[in-house]
Design a protein around this ligand. Structure first.
Ligand code: FAD
Ligand code: NAI
Length: 465
């Protein structure tokens, strides 16, 4: 250790990096974490998962009251939007959680090196003019917004914004155009729709939510349309101009054809995210990135340079906080000589709209390609709790191997889909079957009974439909 400043130096304090640093310190390794942001927690806590969920939660409650849904339950009164307070509670949530990570760093004796890290060799990085040598370096630099060529995001001006700008809008736009019908577009589009904006989603592909099960994508599209979100599918944005405080977008069919213009008060550019690997001077460490800007790793999260590891959004795989966190734990355990494993086949994903859209494992399309399957479905409308709570939109779908009955994938559209999917992930992690779910006693009345009934449908014998 004499030559080294640290056993482990983690670059980036997002859910990947801060978790890796804490776990490494818990395992007795002398650990530092470099972060250039003023607060810890990365994209997720500062401008991602947490602030978006704060706005989704508050806007959902507002919409329930303002639309008369609560009046139907006998809760009457007029409501008024106080957007400033809504933003303040979002900032408070972020402050509380990012401060919490700082507390955890102190508690676990992780040293926070403030500044931007760049490699000077395979075991040395420069941070704020100082050089640090570490036995192990973990790259956890995350990702940032993918720009759309020809369209300039200016979050200050609040006309053409990215997700960070869309969280901070000072007033509800009259018309918001969302470019990209992915996770961010639907979550943040839902927030502003609920608060009163007209929302149009322009999506390049012929359906929203690429990567999810085909039937779920179609069903989600129907649910969002019913909520009043408008969609222009198979359409690409070719340009945007800001004129008199508004944006004028030029769009045309993805396959080519006549162009048209759309006026918008606010445009949200949400066409994906790309890894943060520029500015790290990877070449000085003997590393390079692949065609997608990602750092390539092996099963143990090791790069091709011994002692350099990488995790989270900057490596291949889904860009999700829980995937980054699990990789953070696993990489620290591997560095400590233990066996850290992440099962990348079973990473749940959730879109936190209302209803939530959740999935884990294979889509029906992927499962069919691999062999014979059996599929069981159950509509939320037939689930007593969801129906009672007026949350009947959606369904649960269980995909099982026709021969072994092992669960291959579960897809859910339901108000509590994000919570329900954990049971599916655990069943799959344990190699469970649809019969295992069907014969597990589920509390009544709960939304989770819909998962049991969908599993019973795989067996051919649901009770309530
Ligand atoms: P990041 O969280 O991006 O953290 C990387 C950190 O490294 C950053 O703080 C950055 O400042 C720092 N850094 C980068 N380079 C350097 C350097 N050279 N020196 C020092 N520091 C550096 N995922 C979910 O699972 N659930 C959600 O609900 C969800 N909601 C989201 C909502 C939005 C609006 C967005 C944008 C993302 C959301 N995500 C969500 C995705 C999630 O935020 C990311 O998957 C997650 O943050 C990735 O974690 P990470 O540790 O790999 O990187
Ligand atoms: P995304 O990859 O989810 O969706 C981008 C969408 O934009 C796709 O549907 C794509 O077809 C479309 N698109 C691409 N180019 C286009 C163009 N020129 N015109 C029109 N449409 C175009 O990316 P998004 O929503 O920006 O999110 C980025 C990442 O952040 C995701 O990978 C996601 O994993 C993560 N995230 C996760 C959340 C969650 O877990 N709840 C919430 C928010 C973000």
């Amino acid at each position: 250790m004499a030559d080294y400043d640290f056993d482990v130096l983690v670059i980036g304090a997002g859910p990947g990096g801060y978790v890796a640093a804490i776990r490494a310190a818990q395992l007795g390794l002398k650990t530092a974490c470099v972060e250039s942001r003023a607060t810890l927690g990365g994209t997720c806590l500062n401008v991602g998962c947490i602030p978006s969920k704060a706005m989704l939660h508050a806007s959902e409650l507002f919409e329930e009251a303002a639309s008369g849904k609560l009046a139907k339950l006998g809760i009457k009164g007029t409501v008024e939007l106080d957007l400033e307070t809504m933003h303040a509670q979002r900032r408070d949530a972020v402050k509380g959680l990012t401060g919490g990570i700082e507390y955890l760093f102190k508690k676990n004796k992780v040293e926070w090196l403030k500044g931007h890290a760049a490699f000077t060799s395979a075991d040395t990085v420069d941070v704020a003019g100082k050089s640090y040598r570490a036995k192990n370096i973990v790259i956890a630099t995350g990702s940032s917004v993918t720009p759309l060529p020809g369209i300039t995001v200016d979050n200050e001006a609040q006309i053409i914004v990215d997700s960070t700008g869309a969280l901070e809008l000072a007033k509800v736009p009259g018309h918001m155009v969302v470019i990209g019908g992915g996770v961010i577009g639907l979550e943040l589009g839902s927030v502003w729709k609920r608060l009163g904006a007209k929302v149009t989603v322009v999506e390049y592909l012929d359906q929203i939510l690429p990567g999810m099960d085909g039937e779920i994508r179609k069903e989600a599209n129907k649910v969002f349309k019913k909520q009043g979100i408008q969609f222009k599918l198979s359409t690409k944005v070719t340009g945007a101009e800001v004129k008199d405080g508004k944006a004028v977008l030029t769009v045309e069919p993805s396959a080519g054809g006549d162009a048209e213009t759309i006026d918008a008060d606010v445009v949200l550019v949400s066409i994906g995210r790309r890894p943060n690997t520029d500015g790290l001077a990877l070449d000085k460490a003997g590393l390079s990135v692949n065609g997608r800007g990602q750092v390539e790793i092996d099963h143990d999260f090791q790069t091709k340079v011994p002692g350099i590891w990488a995790i989270g959004d900057c490596v291949p795989g889904p860009m999700l906080a829980h995937k980054a966190e699990d990789e953070g734990i696993a990489v620290a355990e591997n560095i400590a000589g233990l066996t850290g494993i992440v099962n990348h086949e079973i990473i749940p994903s959730v879109v936190y709209t209302m209803p939530e859209i959740a999935g884990v494992g294979l889509t029906e399309e992927q499962a069919k390609e691999r062999g014979e399957i059996r599929v069981g479905k159950f509509p939320m409308m037939a689930n007593s709790r969801a129906k009672t709570n007026h949350e009947g939109d959606g369904l649960v779908k269980v995909i099982a191997d026709a021969k072994t009955d092992r669960v291959l994938g579960v897809w859910i559209i339901a108000s509590l889909g994000g919570t329900m999917i954990a049971q599916a992930a655990q069943t799959m992690e344990f190699g469970g079957t649809s019969e295992d779910i069907a014969y597990t006693c589920h509390a009544h009345p709960t939304h989770s009974e819909a998962l049991k009934e969908a599993a019973m449908a795989v067996q051919g014998k649901p009770i309530h439909i």
